[in-house]
Design a protein around this ligand. Structure first.
Ligand code: AMP
Ligand code: MG
Length: 422
């Protein structure tokens, strides 16, 4: 797609789309991107990284028929009538391999067994110790009384029931979390192949913005966006490259944009609104960028921009700190995930019960900072009382966003509303 330029300025013609269309546009582009090289890391260093290899079962899972209860390995048919008595041949602990000579369970026989131990030959069920009583030794034999019948197959997992040797346990493209780490560990993967993290350039713009360790002048503000964005980038599986602050001046802005285009993705903040000094789109236009959208019908974050320039994707995020954070989550995150090699995931909102009524203007889809509370099944949510999209103090105390559809001007307390977790 190419942008059309007016004669007076190189800014793209406006293309404002609905939230869903904007998100789908990003997702469609994200499908086509290639992740970086593959590297091999120690398993724990793979936490949060994206698998570049599938994790394959190196043996059957479980590798033997595994007891899931402490009790007695038996033949279920022996327990058709209860109570009944069985001869106890011996015991198998976890880590023991049952000796087939001594511990094969025949009719009328049982073997004591512990959780995690292999089921001895001949047995087809495990009766829980709670339903048994070990009887006194009589003439050298040990007997157990069993008070509960059971079905063949109860209380053990057959060999290979979870996975067969050679079967795929975890797909390439999965981001490793603790459960993925557990799977890899159980398949003996002390080192895993993961994709290199995509390098994401973060470029803040604005004449009023200064570095965080500088003393700000009366009309200056510290560059919080580069830091919140860098944190979000890391969280999303990328490596943030923070560039110098760009002033609202074409030449230097252009230089820094060109520098940022050396990374896998460029995130700009500020300078995408309608102001006289909002130069980001103009400069990108001069650099022959293609714009896929130049606004989304959302609040906060309406001026958000998405496109490509020099074969790299970029997002122009509005400079208001809350807008920056929200538009990152909604649009930049799936692109970073794709560049990191992750299999695409749809955006899912959870639901919580609204604590107090919301009244708002219609026409835009709203993502309003909110506090999710309640306990267990009682998720409740309430809007944070914020002063608009610059209010990071309130946002820092919030923990989610309430999602309000464009047509809803009023939502009653008690209604279940969609929530975007932060
Ligand atoms: P802009 O999108 O450039 O019009 O900026 C909107 C608002 O966000 C202004 O109040 C800016 O001062 C503020 N802002 C822009 N960039 C940053 C930044 N890097 N860190 C914190 N606030 C910013
Ligand atoms: Mg600005």
């Amino acid at each position: 797609m190419s942008s059309s330029h007016s004669s007076s300025s190189l800014a793209p013609s406006a293309r404002v789309v609905s939230f869903e269309e904007a998100r789908h546009l990003v997702e469609r582009h994200a499908v086509g991107v290639c992740p970086g090289d593959v590297e091999t890391v120690d398993l724990l260093a793979g936490l949060g990284r994206v698998l570049a290899e599938g994790i394959v079962a190196d043996r059957d899972f479980p590798p033997f028929a595994r007891a899931t209860r402490d009790g007695y390995a038996v033949q279920a048919a022996d327990l058709a009538q209860v109570p009944t008595r069985l001869e106890v041949l011996g015991e198998v602990k976890a880590g023991d391999w049952p000796d087939p000579e001594k511990c094969s369970v025949g009719r009328g026989q049982a073997v004591g067994i512990m959780t995690g131990a292999p089921l001895p030959a001949g047995a087809d069920a495990v009766v829980m110790v709670e339903y048994t009583s070990l009887l006194d030794k009589t003439a050298g034999t040990v007997e157990v009384e069993i008070r509960r019948s059971l079905k063949s197959g109860e209380n053990f997992v057959p060999r290979g029931a979870e996975a067969r040797a050679g079967q795929l346990l975890l797909d390439r493209g999965r981001r490793l979390d603790h459960a993925g780490i557990a799977i890899a560990a159980s398949a003996g993967k002390s080192r895993v192949q993961v994709f290199r993290k995509p390098r994401v350039a973060v470029l803040s713009t604005g004449d009023e913005v200064v570095e965080i360790d500088a003393a700000p002048g009366a009309a200056q503000i510290r560059n919080s966006n580069s830091y919140s964005l860098a944190a979000q980038v890391q969280n999303a599986g990328g490596e943030a490259v923070r560039l110098a602050i760009a002033p609202d001046e074409r030449r230097r802005l252009r230089q820094l944009i060109e520098e940022g285009l050396g990374c896998d993705l460029l995130l700009l903040t500020g300078g995408v609104s309608m102001g006289k000094y909002d130069l980001v789109e103009q400069v990108l236009g001069e650099l022959k960028a293609d714009f896929y959208f130049t606004g989304a019908e959302i609040q906060p974050g309406r001026p958000v921009v998405f496109g490509t320039c020099s074969k790299k994707y970029f997002f122009g995020l509005p400079g208001n700190p809350v807008s920056t954070m929200v538009t990152f989550e909604l649009f930049a995150r799936p692109m970073i995930a794709a560049l990191a090699g992750m299999t695409p995931q749809p955006l899912i909102f959870l639901r919580a019960q609204l604590k107090s009524e919301i009244r708002t203007k219609t026409g835009l889809k709203r993502f309003l900072p909110a506090v999710l509370s309640g306990e267990f099944e009682n998720a409740e949510v309430e809007l944070a009382r914020w002063q608009g999209s610059g209010d990071i103090a309130t946002l820092a105390r919030a923990n989610c966003y309430v999602v309000i559809p464009p047509e809803r001007g009023r939502i009653e307390a008690g209604e279940w509303v969609p929530v975007l977790m932060r």
